[in-house]
Design a protein around this ligand. Structure first.
Ligand code: SF4
Length: 502
């Protein structure tokens, strides 16, 4: 609404944008394009609203004021993401109406190949010059083989952008792109990632198109893997083998996340992955260990990760490789309280995991977890969900994920005492932190206190304000002004007669 756009194409949009261009070139008006799938538009108060085959969402004003209405809006919208059965969504904004057409149909393989076969330069925009761009380093030697995800994790908005139906490129298209990469100046011979939103969903799809067309499940793999889901890793294994055999390629890595429950179904894939496509460490995302948090996330249970870990170690040993899993966890996800995070920390300690990177939950627009964060409710059951919103609580949860770091000692201690888990403070092998703070913890606390003090000493009560703040010499109305009463008093000679003031 704020953009005042006449028409908004949402999702990946390649087909939609092309259709807009072609039809407008042929003389059609913007109004005539309102039949476009994957598009949204606004209607004025007097316009006719297309109510047939449509669902009304709570109005913007209702959803803003009422958390139950917000949950209802989220629930309905997420059930209308299957392009084969989604209905048009309508929402009032004051006197106007926003109309959201059903999503675009997925691209077929030929269309995917066309999109990915365009003559991209694979370079950063010339405006960056010779600057080193960290994000570019991550992707410059990677290749995307598919898009979409049927996992339905509630903290992720991939379904909203790319859809739940997997759209894959052909083997030839992927191999041709890797061939181009080998001819790029500076290519080291290592393809840093062959993947997509999930590394091992290539060419997977519902085996019954007629059921897929009417299905409204939000995930094909939660709470269990649907028996109609095709989970054959054969095409992916073939692609992995062929890609590493290309001239100029020394190694092809898998850096995108693996869906562990699917991978475990296929020993061939596990063998192929572990033997040829892991560079010492494999990133996986169990995200949590608490069953209730995992249920709210729509992630498999913790035992799934433990089983994968066991199989990964066995397969690595068979391949004669010392390789390790790098599990990723999220702190402060809705549903996650101190007790759940402490259990997670205990799990990490028992299994000798020391996560180097941790994720703090950030609500992203329109995902289900963001709705939980905002409303404190599960939008599907309307049951209350615990939410850590205060910075202090979030810091404690985050510290627990890295309980082994001395700089987190005092926060972890605070969390354990608050949760009544002083049994985990001590010098036994089950304790998370020692009874006495290590020297580094004290040094870190001192350094932090000094930093805070020096920041404070620059504050307005001592030196007239930090630059740019109210009261600072450079602030409007601040600093020394010769004609002010205070300035005149200052200039008055000691013991002398007061100058008259204006
Ligand atoms: S029927 Fe099963 S596999 Fe098919 S779309 Fe629905 S959940 Fe996915």
């Amino acid at each position: 609404m704020d953009s005042k756009a006449d028409l908004l194409v949402y999702g990946m949009g390649e087909r939609g944008i092309l259709e807009v261009a072609v039809r407008m070139q042929a003389g059609e008006t913007i109004e005539a394009l309102r039949d476009l799938r994957g598009a949204a538009y606004r209607l004025g108060a007097s316009a006719t609203v297309p109510e047939e085959d449509s669902l009304w969402l709570p109005s913007f004003e209702e959803a803003t004021a009422d958390k139950i209405a917000f949950c209802h809006m989220t629930r309905v919208a997420h059930h209308e993401t299957n392009p084969y059965n989604a209905r048009r969504l309508l929402q009032r904004h004051g006197a106007e109406t926003v109309v959201i057409n059903p999503p675009a149909f997925p691209l077929n393989q030929r269309e995917m190949d066309r999109v990915y076969g365009l003559p991209y330069s694979r370079l950063v925009h010339p405006s960056y010059g010779k600057a080193r761009i960290p994000a570019y380093q991550v992707v410059k030697d990677s290749v995307q083989i598919m898009r979409g995800c049927f996992g339905g994790c509630t903290f992720c908005s991939i379904t909203a952008h790319e859809g739940r139906i997997i759209q894959s490129r052909s083997e030839e298209s992927v191999l041709s792109e890797i061939g181009q990469m080998t001819r790029m100046p500076g290519f080291s011979g290592v393809v840093s990632d062959i993947g997509g939103p999930t590394a091992n969903m290539y060419q997977m799809r519902c085996t019954k198109p007629e059921v897929e067309a009417v299905c409204r499940r939000l995930s094909c793999v939660h709470p269990t893997i649907c028996k109609l889901l095709g989970t054959d890793h054969g095409p992916l294994v073939s692609l992995m083998r062929k890609s590493r055999e290309l001239d100029g390629v020394k190694k092809v890595m898998v850096a995108s996340g693996i869906r562990m429950d699917l991978a475990r179904r296929d020993p061939d894939y596990m063998r192929e992955l572990v033997t040829h496509h892991v560079g010492g460490y494999l990133k996986v995302a169990p995200e949590h260990t608490d069953p209730e948090v995992l249920r709210l996330m729509k992630k498999p249970g913790s035992e799934d990760f433990e089983e994968f870990d066991r199989e990964f170690k066995q397969a690595s040993a068979r391949a004669g490789k010392a390789q390790y899993l790098v599990p990723y966890y999220i702190a402060s996800h809705p549903g996650s309280g101190l007790a759940a995070m402490i259990d997670l920390a205990v799990f990490l300690k028992r299994n000798h995991y020391k996560p180097d990177q941790v994720q703090d939950f950030i609500p992203s627009p329109f995902d289900i977890a963001a709705c939980m964060y905002h409303t404190g409710l599960d939008p599907f059951t309307l049951q209350p969900v615990q939410v850590a919103k205060h910075l202090r609580d979030r810091k404690l949860q985050r510290a627990l994920l890295q309980f082994f770091k001395p700089e987190n000692y005092f926060e972890v201690r605070k969390a354990l005492l608050e949760a009544g888990r002083s049994d985990l403070i001590g010098d036994g092998c089950d304790a998370l932190i020692p009874a006495r703070p290590p020297r580094e913890a004290l040094d870190h606390r001192r350094a932090r206190a000094n930093a805070a003090l020096s920041e404070q000493s620059e504050g307005d009560h001592i030196r007239g304000g930090r630059p740019g703040t109210p009261g600072a010499p450079d602030a409007p109305g601040g600093g020394y002004r010769p004609h002010r009463k205070t300035a005149q008093r200052r200039e008055q000679p000691r013991g002398g007669k007061r100058r008259p003031t204006a």
